[in-house]
Design a protein around this ligand. Sequence first.
Ligand code: ITT
Length: 195
Amino acid sequence: MRIILATHNSHKLVEVQAMLASTQWEVVGLDQYPELGEIPEDHDTMEANAIQKAETLFKYTGLPTVADDSGIEIRALGWAPGVYSKRWTPEETDEANNAKLLVELEGKSDRMAQYRCAIAFVTEKGTSTAEGICTGTIGHTLTGTGGFGYDPLFWPTDVPGRTMAQISLEEKNKISHRAAAFAHLPAMLERYFKE
Ligand code: ITT
């Protein structure tokens, strides 16, 4: 059975497809709906943005839809950039965002950070949400080439000695904020079929 993931981010799609690979669910992304373009995400919480993305796509397809809105929260920066993680620099690129993060943390000894992921699952029966967090610290140089976003600077607490950009997809899917949030999805799917 098909479930739509309301994302243009191919890395997110691959991660979620791997998480649900052993289930009956086939996850497809927004590349299947090129005519749709960018879905607005103009709220100031990840949960509200996830709901907005999932509800927009559900109205369009009528198919069970899940969306994730995620970001990184840096304690020494008052938990910024958070919901603005993608749009933290005018360029909106991983390179510019990571460079800005290094500059913002220059001279700061507190480098604690956490990734947060909010998901929303939308069907004709309503909307359910869940969240997941992954804690770690921010390094001083980019390390590793895997993953995306802030991964080359993020040293997860649960995998000592490597950045999120140095671990395999399987390892990331055991410890990540996205995995923690999507761990709630099977129960949401079950509720959808039972009620
Ligand atoms: P969609 O809105 O199309 O899903 P997006 O990349 O714009 O894709 P978000 O709005 O949720 O996704 O922004 C998430 C940003 O937060 C992303 O661009 C990264 O900078 C950061 N981020 C989120 N999860 C991450 C992860 O697992 N690894 C590294 N960076 C991540």
